[in-house]
Write a protein that binds this ligand. Structure first.
Ligand code: ATP
Ligand code: MG
Length: 363
């Protein structure tokens, strides 16, 4: 178990800056997930931590030792890639033992270490096979096993499950979570998958254009985002952003807003801090699940026409708005009969809504 401190880390590729002054602390035993749009620098950050890329500025410390200029092999880091990167001509056993041979461990010790790890990963029966004789999930387990046998200080995973089908992904996700608990290891994990990020992470780091937008526990990012980017990135289906105007204040300091798209006036929303200027044009952030069943008295009711409906079984999503604007997405429960063209009535649970200024900052 090791901790990691990244200070003012920059990375540029021949003058094109990809990481801008990254500051990040990862505690010992923590599971940290990096998320962000394609090209925002997640893999670059991971590879720079591993030493596969040189930092252009700033420092990386592992357990208070500055490793910024240290050879990758000496950082005590193991990385698992999306493409598994197994040697096709080697057996599972040889693949897993490969890193150990380089570290000078005796043959008998290597065999024992590999056998132990193979057992915990349910790979014992596959040790003599070549990678091409394995399923995708088994190959991924070999790649993870190869990392575990090295007993690294920190595990880095770059989208390790994205080549697997949905069912296997769920299974491997649970296995990685169990592995983390069993080893108590420090892990950093890159994913595009919302569910993986929300369920695996102690802490999520949201990146955008090589900068950190927000760091926090999954539910904190979800329920209390710092800005519209984070609100839009965390949560599926995506949050609705609706133009609104502040028209007054409620007795207890809430903002009263008019939301033309929903035909609502004087909707009360609690800003995160301070007062919001009356007359200001703002953006209301309202998640699909911030629309509740009608008749509960939890907020003003709105009726929208569902232009498209996604029925997922336990829940449906109504997409309202055929015009040029983005549709408003409303979560509907217990209404399996909802069909396109049908009316959806829901209460707006504005107590859980967010307000953002014109620059996307949370108000
Ligand atoms: N070796 C390289 N030389 C030049 N530019 C690079 C190199 N590697 C990455 N980049 C650039 O750095 C930026 C960040 O890339 P990176 O691979 O870190 O993104 P990412 O967040 O991992 O994206 P994805 O989700 O698609 O994997 C991109 O604009 C990319 O084109
Ligand atoms: Mg990447």
């Amino acid at each position: 178990m090791s901790n990691l401190h990244i200070t003012s880390l920059d990375k540029d590729y021949s003058g094109h800056q990809v990481l801008h002054g990254i500051n990040l602390n990862v505690d010992s035993g923590e599971f940290v997930v990096f998320v962000g749009p394609s090209g925002c620098g997640k893999s670059t950050l991971l590879r720079t931590i591993a030493g596969l890329e040189d930092a252009s500025g700033g420092s990386i410390n592992i357990d208070a030792r500055d490793v910024t200029r240290v050879d990758p092999a000496e950082r005590g880091i193991a990385m698992v890639f999306q493409t598994y990167a197994l040697y096709p001509h080697m057996t599972v056993e040889e693949n897993m033992a490969f890193g150990l041979e380089m570290s000078g461990m005796s043959k008998a010790e290597r065999k024992q270490t590999v056998a132990q790890v193979a057992e915990t990963l349910h790979l014992s029966d596959y040790l003599p096979r070549k990678p091409r004789q394995l399923s995708g999930g088994q190959r991924q387990r070999v790649a993870i096993g190869r990392a575990i046998v090295r007993n690294p200080k920190i595990f880095l995973f770059d989208e390790p499950l994205s080549n697997l089908d949905a069912e296997l992904r769920v299974k491997m996700r649970m296995e990685i979570s169990a592995l983390h608990q069993r080893l108590g290891a420090t892990m950093i994990y890159v994913t595009h998958d919302q569910v993986e990020a929300m369920t695996l992470a102690d802490k999520i780091v949201v990146l955008r254009d090589g900068r950190i937008e927000q760091v926090g526990a999954p539910m904190d990012l979800y329920a209390d985002p710092d800005n519209a980017f984070v609100a839009g990135f965390i949560g599926s289906p995506k949050i609705n952003f609706l133009q609104a105007q502040v028209t007054g204040r409620s007795a207890d300091g809430g903002a009263l807003v008019t939301v033309p798209r929903l035909g609502l006036k004087n909707l009360e929303v609690k800003p995160r801090g301070g007062m919001v200027d009356i007359g200001a044009t703002v953006t209301l952030g309202l998640r699909p699940e911030h629309f509740g069943a009608p008749g509960q008295g939890r907020g003003p009711a709105v009726t929208l026409i569902a232009d498209a409906v996604e029925n997922l079984g336990s829940v449906s999503y109504a997409h309202a708005g055929p015009d040029a604007e983005e549709p408003v997405v409303v979560e509907v429960k217990d209404q399996a009969t909802l069909a396109p063209g049908g009316a959806v009535t829901a209460e707006v649970l504005s107590g859980r809504a967010f307000l953002f200024d014109a620059d996307g900052r949370r108000l």
